[in-house]
Ligand binder design. Structure first.
Ligand code: ADP
Ligand code: MG
Length: 237
């Protein structure tokens, strides 16, 4: 049996989609196979992360390959790192090209937490990582503020697009985190306008969720192309 199948069975990774990259066996494989810079491995190990979790094993290589990814894994299973690692590996830090990654979280607390995690992982680099505050959203001059990775709630980013002419046309990675909560809280319209504003044709979309309601499946179908679906644990019907 091929290695990918063995790893998926061992870690209860269920996938659908064509030509799905093999799960990683360890974080060090990120450098041996994917050219990951030493700072990231150092920061992961410094944080005490020795082995990738199941969702990290499969979602990281999918996002690195530039495929849209729809990932469902239980709360506490390490979804944050599953999207932060590939973003940090693929984007050029400190670039003058404007915002290249947007991470949408359902609440301000989660946005703040994700920003902190991202900064810890990016320690030692020149990445500009910003959480969208109320002030920034209302009157931020984004042409002057260096920002590679922007973390926001749906409401704030919509305000920033309307009032501060936030330019999302160069975004390469758009992440919708806790997609089930984004739905429950009724943010479909805001998400729609963010998706439309991210007009870069080579963008990678990904959607992370703890549960798989039909509403989230519908959203995935409407915004993603050539998508790989990853489900950890119990197979969902
Ligand atoms: P989720 O978003 O799936 O609910 P989080 O990304 O918030 O989960 O991670 C849950 C906890 O697990 C966090 O405290 C995080 O620091 C920790 N964690 C993430 N990845 C790993 C790993 N590879 N090894 C050990 N702990 C991890
Ligand atoms: Mg999470």
């Amino acid at each position: 049996i091929e290695k990918a199948a063995i790893l998926r069975k061992k870690f209860r990774i269920h996938i659908s989609g064509l030509n799905v990259p093999c799960p990683i066996e360890s974080f060090t494989e990120l450098s041996s196979r994917y050219g990951c810079k030493p700072y990231l491995l150092r920061n992961l190990f410094e944080r005490g992360f020795k082995e990738p979790t199941a969702i990290q094993r499969q979602a990281i290589p999918i996002l690195l390959s530039g495929r849209d990814c729809f990932a469902c894994a239980p709360t506490g299973s390490g979804k944050t790192l599953a999207f932060l690692c590939p973003i940090l590996m693929k984007l050029k830090p400190g670039s003058k090209d404007g915002i290249r990654s947007v991470i949408i979280c359902p609440t301000r607390e989660l946005a703040a937490q994700t920003t902190r995690e991202c900064k810890k992982l990016a320690k030692g680099t020149k990445f500009y990582i910003k959480v969208l505050t109320k002030e920034l959203a209302r009157c931020g001059n984004f042409e002057k503020i260096p920002c590679d990775i922007l973390v926001s709630t749906p409401l704030r980013i919509e305000v920033a697009m309307r009032k501060s002419k936030l330019d999302l046309s160069r975004v390469e990675y758009l992440i919708l985190d806790e997609a089930d909560k984004l739905f429950e809280l009724g943010f479909v319209e805001q998400i729609d306008s963010v998706v439309k504003a991210c007009s870069n044709p080579s963008i990678t979309h990904s959607l992370f969720s703890a549960t798989l309601p039909e509403s989230v499946e519908d959203l995935a179908r409407s915004i993603m192309h050539d998508v790989v679906r990853v489900i950890i644990g119990k197979k969902n019907s």
